[in-house]
Design a protein around this ligand. Structure first.
Ligand SMILES: Cc1cc2nc3c(=O)[nH]c(=O)nc-3n(C[C@H](O)[C@H](O)[C@H](O)COP(=O)(O)OP(=O)(O)OC[C@H]3O[C@@H](n4cnc5c(N)ncnc54)[C@H](O)[C@@H]3O)c2cc1C
Length: 352
């Protein structure tokens, strides 16, 4: 049995552990943070392909939604839901162009009138003239999903910090951690923002953007937001207990800000926007989670063979959407299957 060490217990490492164990591999996960990861524990969890940077990126994300549905078949009871997304981040001509582009790519897009929007979201205060509805989109809390996938994989989990990789004859054969060495037949880095430091000794410089993300949760409210809502200045979803989940930055997938600003100011401004969106609701701040988004330099995933034999990389933003499909494809490739054309644009070699 081939022994694989996966470094990282977020959604990426967890999805890989699940896919490799299904193929009969012995998997050990090593992670500084508990099962559920780092960025994964602060994520908005919107599963979508309506945000994309290139057509290959769209196709990977679209397949990502299908991979989530396959996971739900493989593991009945996962809390992933498919409420769809009501989107008017852009309005007017820009909105119509977005709709045309996505339809051309084969995405499900409905253009809703003001009356249809009001009927779908009666609690919405300012109702736009038109909005797009993306019926295929969903929600998964990546940390919860990661814990479920790790449990289902049967992988052993070691809480430790990897300090370096160990090599034998130019091949990765394990890691040195703060609690001692661990050996394996191959190593996968699913280490998010922790990845560049581990690759540096090999002369491989993985550029990462500085993209802090702040996620807020409110008090429980009556059901007011049955979809993922994406307005020009706020994204929001509501969980089954009634909490609203809100990124503090609008258009958070493509957010370019390198700093967040003073938390009390940012939190207050976000809550004010929510109150304007849902007038008459007693909306209060309850909780915050902050993490750096693991965004490679060109914004796209980095997936595949690393700079030495036996070392594989899986680093990405939008990992809530992408991790299940990346794990399916990478696990197949690692265990001797063909390289998927879906991953062709996202190979680590582009930074070498
Ligand atoms: C605020 C915010 C909102 C987001 N919203 C969305 C969204 O709506 N939709 C979407 O698709 N994506 C979203 N994302 C992105 C998505 O959450 C991430 O891409 C995804 O969670 C990355 O998962 P990961 O497992 O690769 O990394 P992480 O969850 O960051 O996990 C990395 C793991 O590696 C471990 N690690 C790192 N270095 C070491 C080391 N040296 N030794 C041992 N362990 C190590 C950490 O302990 C951790 O367990 C959002 C992210 C943020 C922060």
């Amino acid at each position: 049995m081939t022994r694989t060490l996966i470094i990282g217990a977020g959604i990426t490492g967890a999805a890989l552990a699940f896919q490799l164990s299904r193929r009969g591999e012995a998997v050990t996960i090593v992670s500084t943070h508990a099962e559920g990861g780092l960025a994964s524990a602060a994520s908005f969890g919107w599963l979508n392909a309506s945000f994309f940077l290139s057509h290959p990126h769209f196709h990977l994300r679209h397949e990502g939604l299908a991979a989530h549905r396959r996971l739900m078949d493989q593991l009945p009871g996962l809390p992933t839901t498919w409420p769809g997304c009501l989107w008017y981040e852009a309005t007017g001509e820009a909105q119509a162009e977005t709709a045309a582009d996505l339809r051309e790519l084969g995405y499900s897009v409905e253009t809703l009138t003001r009356a249809q929007i009001a009927a779908k979201l009666p609690a919405l205060g300012p109702v736009p003239e038109t909005a797009l509805f993306f019926a295929e989109e969903g929600v998964a809390d990546p940390a919860t999903l990661a814990r479920a996938l790790i449990a289902a994989s049967g992988a052993q989990v070691v809480r430790a910090t990897v300090q370096a990789l160990t090599l034998d004859a130019g091949r990765a054969t394990g890691v040195l951690t703060d609690i001692g060495p661990l050996s394996a037949d191959r190593v996968i880095l699913a280490t998010g923002t922790g990845t560049p430091a581990l690759l540096q000794p090999f002369g491989y410089s993985l550029p990462m953007l500085k993209r802090p993300g702040l996620m807020l949760t409110t008090n429980t409210l009556p059901p007011i937001c049955p979809v993922v809502l994406a307005t020009p200045d706020q994204e929001v979803r509501q969980d089954e207990k009634g909490h609203l989940h809100v990124p503090a930055s609008a258009g958070h997938h493509g957010d370019h800000a390198e700093s967040l600003g003073a938390f009390p100011v940012v939190i207050n401004a976000t809550i004010q926007r929510l109150r304007a969106l849902f007038p008459g609701q007693e909306i209060h701040f309850a909780h915050q989670a902050m993490a750096m988004r693991p965004v490679p330099g060109d914004g796209l995933p980095v997936v595949g063979q690393g700079p030495v034999a036996g070392l594989w990389l899986a680093v990405m933003h939008s990992g809530a959407t992408l991790a299940p499909v990346v794990a399916e494809l990478l696990a197949a490739e690692i265990t001797g299957g063909p390289e998927s054309p879906l991953l062709a644009e996202f190979r680590p070699a582009r930074f070498q």
